[in-house]
Design a protein around this ligand. Structure first.
Ligand code: GLU
Length: 353
């Protein structure tokens, strides 16, 4: 292993109303051991809103988005201050990176992100990443840090994503209501039956719950990245994962999907729909590009570089892809003569559903 991503959720950062300083100190020591064994570590942290709430003396999360964003802006600074204090005891300098969903759709920004993270590793710093909650609107929010962590793992070429949670892993039944529920140690395939085991959010402070962890596992496994859910009670043994110890539930399916296709399929926000004729549908299924002459209709407003769904004559979506033209241009595009075969979605930018 060369690179791993570790994600810690809000519910593991707090013990009741108090910041779980001891747990985070143990995490710092374990991260130090992992780094000392030659593995680069990136930490994804939640907790900006939770720390903001605690700093402002609020017990209930406000529902208004602007209040949550304000609390995130307050909390993010205090969160980093706490990390800085704790990590300095093990000689590690934290570096803050805040990201939005849209950053992942922009090739230049992804390249910058990778370069910055590589430089941080060279400096010996620890990248600590959260969503840029203060700026993200509902439409451009990743929303939960499990998905964000899987997107980071994909983009920086990590071999393993570890999600530290207030549950010990995936159970065969809801462990809260079924005392005989058994922990599933290994998942070979993230299919519908696995999604069915995950229930709605249960934690008061976190955002995701088990469903977003399973989604993150799917994203990782699609591109052959291993994912592990580890209960926060195991933080002080965390470094054992680098020698192959399974501390919770491991998802080990080894998909081979290229990162970009995986991003188009699982992560990108869809901005519109292109309806195509049967000839174009056949061509796309045979892995050719979408040409202008096959387009029957355009739905929604999107710009060049957006991800759209591609649907057949019955309106059934069968592919997703990155468009080379915005919707306004497409609506006025001359589909005759030399423009008949203008490439609208290149085959490399298209994924069949
Ligand atoms: N980014 C949010 C925060 O720092 C949390 C998202 C999550 O809990 O997954 O408060």
């Amino acid at each position: 292993m060369k690179r791993i991503v570790i994600k810690i959720g809000s519910s593991s950062l707090f013990k009741g109303q108090d910041f779980a300083t001891n747990k985070i100190s143990a995490l710092a020591q374990e991260i130090k051991k992992i780094r000392d064994s030659g593995i680069e570590v990136c930490l994804i942290t939640s907790g900006a809103i939770a720390v903001g709430m605690s700093e402002m003396g609020l017990e209930k999360k406000p529902t208004e988005i602007s209040s949550k964003q304000a609390l995130a802006a307050i909390g993010q600074a205090y969160l980093m201050e706490r990390y800085e204090k704790i990590f300095q005891t093990v000689g590690i300098k934290p570096a803050q990176i805040l990201l939005s969903h849209d950053d992942f759709g922009n090739r230049d920004r992804v390249k910058n992100l990778n370069n910055t993270i590589s430089s941080l590793f060279e400096f010996g710093a620890l990248p600590i990443i959260n969503e840029n909650d203060a700026l993200a609107t509902e439409e451009i929010k990743v929303g939960d840090n499990d998905t964000l962590a899987s997107m980071i793992a994909l983009n920086i070429g990590a071999e393993l994503l570890v999600i530290i949670s207030d549950v010990d892993g995936l159970y065969d039944k809801n462990p809260v209501t079924n005392p005989d529920a058994k922990l599933i140690k290994t998942v070979d395939k993230v299919d519908e039956s696995i999604f069915a085991l995950a229930k709605a959010p249960t934690s008061k402070v976190g955002t995701g719950g088990m469903i977003t962890k399973i989604k993150a596992a799917k994203i990782c496994c699609n591109s052959g990245i291993k994912m592990m859910i580890v209960g926060n009670g195991k933080i002080s043994s965390l470094s054992q994962i680098t020698s192959g110890v399974n501390l919770g539930t491991e998802f080990i399916e080894k998909g081979k999907m290229p990162v970009r296709s995986n991003w188009i399929l699982s992560c990108a926000n869809v901005s519109g729909k292109i309806i195509v004729d049967n000839g174009a549908k056949d061509a796309l299924i045979k892995r050719n590009s979408l040409l202008s002459c096959g387009i029957l209709d355009i739905k929604g407003t999107f710009s060049s570089g957006s991800v759209v769904e591609v649907a057949d004559e019955n309106g059934k979506s069968f592919a997703k892809g990155v468009v080379a033209f915005g919707s306004d241009n497409l609506k006025t595009l001359d589909k005759k003569g030399e423009h008949r075969s203008q490439v609208i979605i290149h085959a490399n930018n298209l994924v069949l559903l």
